[in-house]
Design a binder for this molecule. Sequence first.
Ligand SMILES: *Cc1c(COP(=O)(O)O)cnc(C)c1O
Length: 373
Amino acid sequence: MHIHPKITPIYQTSVFKFEDLNEVEQYFGEPGSRYLYSRNGNPNSDELAAAVNRLEGGAGAVATGSGMAAIFAALLACCQAGDHVLCAADIYGGSSSLLDQELSRLGITVTYVPFEQLYSLGQLVQPTTRLLLAETMSNPLLRVADLRRLATECRQYGLKLVVDNTFATPLLTRPLELGADIVLHSVTKYIAGHSDVTAGVVVAKGEETAARLKQIGVLYGLTLSPMESWLAVRGLKTLRLRVREHSHNALAVAQFLSTQPSVRAVYYPGLPDHPQHMLAREQGGGLFGGMMSVLLADDEEVVNQFMRRSQRFPFAPSLAGVDSSLSYPLATSHRYLTVEQQAELGISTGLVRLSVGIEPVEELLQDLKQALK
Ligand SMILES: *Cc1c(COP(=O)(O)O)cnc(C)c1O
């Protein structure tokens, strides 16, 4: 009997069988011809990696157990003890904690680059500097980095450009085409898209880097399980539809919120008064994504009231699911920054981050209206 499933089944197996030594030799002699052991490779994790690799236009990709594992793999692919990295100051809290608390112990040092200084790195580059880590759209203020300019700046000093493209997705922006060397995602967010998977992926522009990433994935044990891979692939099939809806809804929500007297500021790249609006428009192909932050009064009770009243934006410290949610950077993602760092990044008591889902937009507007009353 031949079974011809339309989609890839879940290969829920940790290991693969071999008939004889010839087959074992085939595995080692003809890379890609067979599978051996799921940490080294599995049809489901390979399918996810290949799909994101295609979307990002890479030379190879590795699916990882989380977005953090993808960041770790990217940094290790370029750095060893004694090396130095530059990191945009506007960065996911986990990325800065990884650099400050863990990679520092491996002898890798970091300098944070304020947003205004991203295109003039000269003063910050050391002989041992290997790379710049930055996000296409930053968390939580949605500052947009000009990746083409960043790539030019990095090339001048021989630095690799590593881009966390989680917020933008390849639907808006493909960093490798703009000159980045490595692009990575928390697949947990838009790529999987349904708040039911923890995963990551890291994509290289060059084959050599792709091979390094693969080895790091296998030897550090960062690779992704079959079930999680399968769920992520399933989610990825609707990425295009979802991102379009997320973007349309978010623009409507941002426009609505900016008319509300109790909202002091709306940070959304799709609004004409956003400082990088024109860049975001060009780099995002006219879509601006589903993430925004809003500044309410700097008063915890005001924030609490808003959180309690809203029915469609439950507090859930993640993002990018089909259902809307909100998060609070001061207490979660940016909790462990110093008070000065928080202030520099504009993360204050009144700042609330919204992840706008794909629900009927009138329902979201209605909910926000009553929650802000
Ligand atoms: C969530 C997130 C990460 C970390 O991903 P995990 O899947 O939680 O490990 C990294 N970067 C950004 C921008 C994120 O939002």
